[in-house]
Design a protein around this ligand. Sequence first.
Ligand code: MF3
Ligand code: CO
Length: 248
Amino acid sequence: MIYIKSEQEIERMRRANIAVMEILLKLKEMVRPGLNIKRLEEKAEELTGKKGGIPAFKGYNGYPYSLCVSVNEVIIHGIPDNRILSEGDIVGIDYGILLDGFYGDAAITVPSGKISKEASKLIKITREALYEGIQKATPGRRIGDISYAIQSYVEKNGFSVIREFTGHGIGKELHEEPFIPNYGTPGTGIVIEKGMTFALEPMVSIGSYEVEVLSDGWTALTKDRSLSAHFEHSIAVTDKGPEILSCL
Ligand code: MF3
Ligand code: CO
């Protein structure tokens, strides 16, 4: 079942998502060589409390932390343990909160100090792939149009899309229907309608799209240990086209 949101509900989702993005930008400013990534988790919780929200990931399917911090070859669900960032790392930060009954969810990938040319191209292409997908979220198009736009943009630029994890509907639940793969065929899947709200989240690797999950049950990394990046926005479908909710 896909839950269509009213304008009032979308307004509440705007507030949750803007709060998430404000927190992510604060965390981004902290990223540098020498930082213990546990500090990001602590800061996220502190800022969420100040906004009157609740971290969305802690306890979700048993995930033990509020934040996901995915460094280099880690694709998503990186655990914010005591890792110290090095010069040249790329750091995926994924965060979600529950505020006033609605979820916000967004992710960015940021550099720690000076990074390689290849790493910055990966970050750029992943961010752009997200926007390619967002542009297709208009009434009358289909989910497969979003998937295809992301995949074709990534592959045109010589990288791979991760297939094991997908974007998703979002709203009163962190994950709602529909699930939105980052690869697919145009003209397939359900028809997109006004009032649908999605979290689109391309995950891209320089090498192959094969995934391995560590014995902690969470950390998902590329099997070939190639670098991987992740961006995510929550969006609403409106008459006029897509609106990015997690946008300042
Ligand atoms: N942004 C991710 C997602 O939408 C984060 C979920 S992590 C989890 O699935 F711990 F909550 F599962
Ligand atoms: Co998500």
